[in-house]
Design a protein around this ligand. Sequence first.
Ligand code: DI6
Ligand code: FE
Length: 414
Amino acid sequence: MVQPPMPDVPPVRSWINGNLATMDGAQAQPYGALEGHALRVRDGRIAALVPMADWRPEPGEDVVDITGRWITPGLIDCHTHLVWAGDRAGEFERRLAGATYAEIAAAGGGIRATVRATRAASVEELAARAAERLRPLLAEGLTTVEIKSGYGLSLAAELAQLRAARRVAELVPVRVTTTLLAAHAVPPEYDGRADAYIDHVCDAILPAAAAEGLADAVDVFCEHLAFSVAQCERVFARAHELGLPVKGHMEQLSNLGGSRLAARYGALSVDHIEYLDEMGIAAIAAAGTTAVLLPGAFYFLRETQRPPVEGLRRAGVPLAVATDLNPGTSPFASLRLMANMACILFGLTVEEGLAGVTREAARALGMTGRRGVLAPGLDADLAIWSSVPHPNALVYEPMAPRLWQRVLGGEIVG
Ligand code: DI6
Ligand code: FE
């Protein structure tokens, strides 16, 4: 097969006559807006944001005139379960006919159904399907995606899922960060022996994933139908020993106090948190942990308990928004739709919604200072929009204002 030539990335390039929604809190305007600016990129990083009146081309510089278009940071999805095989549309029909998520899980459906299909698929197959699923997100300006395992639940299958996640970045132009979620559900081999499975996670799966550099972080599902706070703590302690940051699916369906545990381990994020209480808020605020809101799962499960957004704001907890893209509880491949839903369902402002899928999503991945805002020194990951009068339109009308150009490390990739 003839390979296409490698794209030619000039060392210096400016996008001129732009409006920049920097999303940088250091800027005075809402959305960190800088209108009438050029954005200069050098060697894959943002080099400068220059008012057009002061901008002069450098010798040999490549120039793209974007004639008043808006640039935002590339979108970041900080919570997905993108790698899976199989299909759960029938389960959706059963739920609509009255079965609950927990009943379906207890009958061997739910996560376990996806585990059976995922174990049977090859790494290449899993990666190809995941890359395909990512397309709508790329088309709306995504540049970084977090991908979790958790549908393998054995040493071999968890590592295969992580390898597939890494492989996605070779199939499509996107940055991937991986999370080991071996403590997602008790696999059938360990039925009724959750503690023995946690032993296996701590003794075998975690060290193997760490040794191969396959996991950038470690996640758990802390819930009655998954793992207890004590079991999650064992996973976090092992992750700490191995030098891996932790995060958790916490207080999604009930309040077990998983967020306080996460705070004690300096977690990057606690995710879902519909049932988070005041003590949990105080703990994560003190720990500098980001709250990740997942309105897709809330909507799809017809939850009624809303995350305590007002209390989180008061405590100064950063709010990220993500898709939770998965076959069971959030089959939605649109981060902009999630930002819109976070506004409508959870009461975020539009600016908080957009910050949630850029700056705060970067924070949730421990990437503050590297990605998520437009500022000198950060990765030149950009989304440039066609005919958007104002960045609020990206959240207001999630399907309509189109991406004009996607830029990854200074390279035009879409
Ligand atoms: N919480 C969720 O909403 C997903 N995982 C989790 O820990 C559900 C995953 C699935 O049903 O396949
Ligand atoms: Fe999730």
